[in-house]
Design a protein. Structure first.
Length: 310
């Protein structure tokens, strides 16, 4: 994997994010309802369709799922434990800590899948679905645990389990794995319907991410921005790379796993922070800052990772 290949993968992603930012400024596209509807369409319909069709139609028998899971789960847990242990230093205010926690472990699925598709043609989306199926439930539990522990307004663990089990991305990956294991292929007529929906997932999703970016208030949130961004963009990737090497995972699946651990935090983190009493302003700044900063750190991480894993 060369620097030019990584740049070629990042340029269209950056362009779609920038277009989303630009479109949000025009009157016909400035309505929050418009972007909210587009994001729901992408998250609940288009992206699950993409993951389902790719996992159902690609042979993943050779993917060492257990070793990949260990290589991404253990570093995520180590980072989480360290943040909880140092929470008074990291972010004295409980609401700020929940945002730092989200910014340190969650990831933007649209960016991750887009990079995986570009850097691993043919199997990238399916591998992204496999890695996402492992990490999505984990980071959602961690994020919610932060709210449960540090904020008075506690949610229901039963409700959390329900959200994870019914997460459209997790459901799509599970259903795709089941269909892929069947002794027959998806009918051609089904693919003629599903393929156009899958093709629309990433461009629409990335436009929504760009439209959701907000101004970064560096002075107000300097410490939180620094801690969460260093952890998410540098520490977690380094730990994951070490985990992949120790577990003997290599090839495209290793690169995809590293991608998901190296990209900026999820845009939906802002919604969770706002709904559960977190520091929404800090969360918005983290999303914007990490999205921009990842285009500087990602090429370095992926070049180092590729030299070791490929």
């Amino acid at each position: 994997m060369s620097a030019s290949a990584i740049a070629a993968a990042l340029v269209p992603i950056a362009a779609l994010l920038a277009l989303g930012v630009l479109l949000r400024r025009f009157r016909g596209f400035s309505s929050p309802d418009f972007w909210g509807g587009a994001e729901r369409l992408a998250y609940f319909v288009l992206l699950p369709t993409l993951l389902f069709t790719n996992i159902a139609t690609v042979d993943l028998a050779g993917v060492p799922l257990g070793r990949v899971a260990v290589a991404v789960v253990v570093p995520t847990l180590l980072v989480t434990i360290a943040l909880f242990a140092l929470h008074r230093v990291v972010a004295p205010r409980a609401s700020a800590f929940t945002s730092v926690l989200q910014g340190s472990v969650r990831f933007n699925t649209y960016v991750g899948v887009s990079l995986a598709v570009s850097l691993a043609p043919g199997e990238g989306a399916a591998l992204a679905g496999v890695v996402g199926a492992v990490l999505v439930p984990l980071v959602n539990v961690i994020a919610t645990l932060g709210f449960e522990v540090f904020l008075v307004d506690k949610g229901s663990w039963l409700a959390l389990i329900g959200k994870i089990v019914l997460n459209p991305l997790v459901l799509a990956c599970a259903l795709g794995a089941v269909v892929g294991a069947l002794p027959f292929e998806l009918p051609t007529i089904a693919l003629t319907v599903l393929d156009p929906l899958a093709a629309a997932a990433l461009p629409i999703g990335l436009l929504c991410v760009g439209a959701g970016l907000r101004r970064i208030e560096v002075r107000t949130h300097a410490v939180g921005l620094a801690v969460a961004s260093v952890v998410k963009l540098l520490v977690l990737p380094a730990l994951t790379l070490g985990g992949l090497v120790l577990m003997g995972v290599s090839g495209p699946v290793a690169v995809v796993a590293l991608i998901f651990q190296s990209i900026g935090t999820a845009s939906t983190s802002y919604v969770l922070a706002r709904q559960l009493g977190g520091d929404a302003s800090l969360m918005a700044a983290l999303i914007a800052f990490q999205t921009a900063a990842s285009f500087v750190t990602l090429p370095v991480v992926l070049l180092v990772g590729a030299s070791v894993l490929l």
